[in-house]
Design a protein around this ligand. Sequence first.
Ligand code: PLP
Ligand code: COI
Length: 370
Amino acid sequence: MTQTAHGVEFTQHLSETPKSAEERAAILANPGFGDYFTDHTAIVDYSVDAAGNGGWHDARVEPYGPISLDPSAAVLHYGQEIFEGLKAYRHADGSIWTFRAEANAARLNKSARRLALPELPEEYFLGAIRELVAADKGWVPSGDGEALYLRPFMIATEAFLGVRAAREVSFRVIASPAGNYFGGELKPVSIWISREYARAGRGGTGAAKCGGNYAASLIAQQEAEAHGCKQVLFLDQFNDNAVEELGGMNVFFVMKDGSLVTPALSGTILEGITRMSVIQVARDMGREVTERKITLDEWREGVASGEIAEVFACGTAAVITPIGVLKDATEFIGSEDATAGETTLAIRAQLLGIQTGTVEDTHGWLTRLA
Ligand code: PLP
Ligand code: COI
């Protein structure tokens, strides 16, 4: 039993068969994204007692392994599931830090409210991350742009086929060493415009981070890949083709005067922690940032006239990735030969610098984990 700094106790049951240092080193030499997992997982369960009182209990770290679920578990039928994504970064002195984890804890609870799941007290969220990283600290890579990707998630485990909010839920965190999400070196990506499929609609779950949103995006993502594109762009077809976001990232435009524009939060897009950090970092660098409606027409005309100088995608997995081309059967905006823009690279360097400890963390965004 260990006591975390947050006052929540996690029972430790460490793996008897962790990967050897050699196996781990081979994986960390080329981690990719989401292919390999560490030796442990952190778990906190929730249940409602006979008197109707719900509570979180049995906080623990266990060896990584399959989950045993009743085939009637609600998550398998009605998709009552939410998740988060954040990273642990290794600094030059070997210490390990996480970035704005409190914001992820808050967003998890926002998603929980939308999906009728119980909110998780922040100390459990932070405690689970701290305990998991403590058990798996050898898995945090140190290469440029590399980190340990942490995937907290919450699932409805109750065995019951009636359609209502589950009374048994499990919160878990798994971890995966991560390099560039798009593989290889950083270079501009091509994006496919989804015309037929929307990711989210008014009153739907677009602002929540729930598995269902990603399930709904996969057919569009397949279409994108079939056309040689790495991600899909979702538009609001009922609002002048306003730019929403990519399947797993927010979008920013760098205007020719050096200011930035990003689509305003509309209730149908996810409020990215990277998005909010880019807004702050760019303002700290003296740039003007506007959150407003920006349409596909403005994107097309802005690139043609030079008003829009650079476009980039951002998210925890993608960090900051330049967008070279936006296309579909009728559009081709940008250039296949595009190189990463100066402002995109400067903001990326500043943000990664804060995360990895080479740039001063003036906002108190980092928390030491190990
Ligand atoms: N939008 C979507 C749909 C995402 O999946 C993500 C990734 O988490 C983001 C935006 C960016 O969010 P964040 O910066 O918090 O990772
Ligand atoms: C993240 O960036 O954390 C995400 O969840 C996006 C996903 C495409 C991996």
